[in-house]
Design a protein around this ligand. Structure first.
Ligand SMILES: [Zn+2]
Length: 225
């Protein structure tokens, strides 16, 4: 997709919207490589961070990892509700014992929701866009999302973390939902087509009666009985 320019803190930043790789792309199965801020120009870190953030906004997810768009860097982005955070080289340094109770989806597997064992509270160390060290606590759904993205960065996808029986059940549900969605779309299409046909009739003038001698007389004959 074409490049775009964003303004951030008064600076002009170039970025682009990346394309998701297919779910069977081998890059999703490879551990990513740490991003060394010393080896990269800050402009390169900016480009990567802002492009991932714009791609996440475009796709409407809550998290996205670089390898999901074909880049082998240990970087992910998170939608923190209103703002998007970029996590360079994230690592869980501590966690609570309470399990999380959320089902999770993945931009690489549309419609597939799975309940994966996760912690409800984690402490994560990462670097921000210009290499600043950050330690941050995450709870609930955001914590689940971070663990999901960290797995991606290690070459692990959430389908690996459930039993084959659970996975098959979830896949069947996706197929069922897809069928329902297709039926709904078809119904909407038919209703629209019927509406359009109706409008066409309304737009046409009423059929004219032929002004010939034969029906001229019958035209004004009304039944009175
Ligand atoms: Zn995912």
């Amino acid at each position: 997709m074409s490049k775009m320019v964003k303004f951030y803190n008064g600076n002009m930043i170039e970025c682009e919207i990346f394309k998701l790789v297919d779910f069977y792309d081998p890059i999703l199965r490879q551990p990513t490589i740490a991003w060394d801020h010393k080896k990269h120009d800050p402009k390169q870190s900016e480009y990567l961070a802002f492009s991932l953030a714009e791609t996440l906004k475009h796709l409407g997810g809550i998290g996205l990892s670089a390898n999901q768009v074909g880049l082998n860097h240990r970087v992910c982005v998170l939608n923190m509700g209103g703002e998007i955070w970029t996590l360079f080289n994230p690592k869980i340094v501590d966690h609570g014992l309470e399990p999380a109770t959320y089902q999770e989806g993945c931009l690489s597997y549309p419609g597939l929701y799975l309940k994966v064992p996760r912690y409800n509270h984690i402490k994560v160390k990462f670097q921000a866009v210009y290499g600043q060290d950050v330690v941050q606590d995450f709870d609930g759904l955001t914590a689940v999302c971070v663990q999901h993205e960290l797995d991606h960065l290690d070459g692990i996808v959430y389908t690996d973390k459930v039993s084959s029986m659970k996975l098959e059940q979830a896949k069947r549900k996706v197929k069922k939902n897809l069928k329902k969605m297709k039926a709904f779309v078809e119904q909407q299409r038919m209703m629209k087509a019927m509406q359009e046909t109706d409008d066409e009739f309304k737009l046409q003038p009423p059929p004219k009666v032929q002004e010939n001698s034969e029906n001229k007389s019958s035209k004004f004959v009304y039944s009175t009985g």
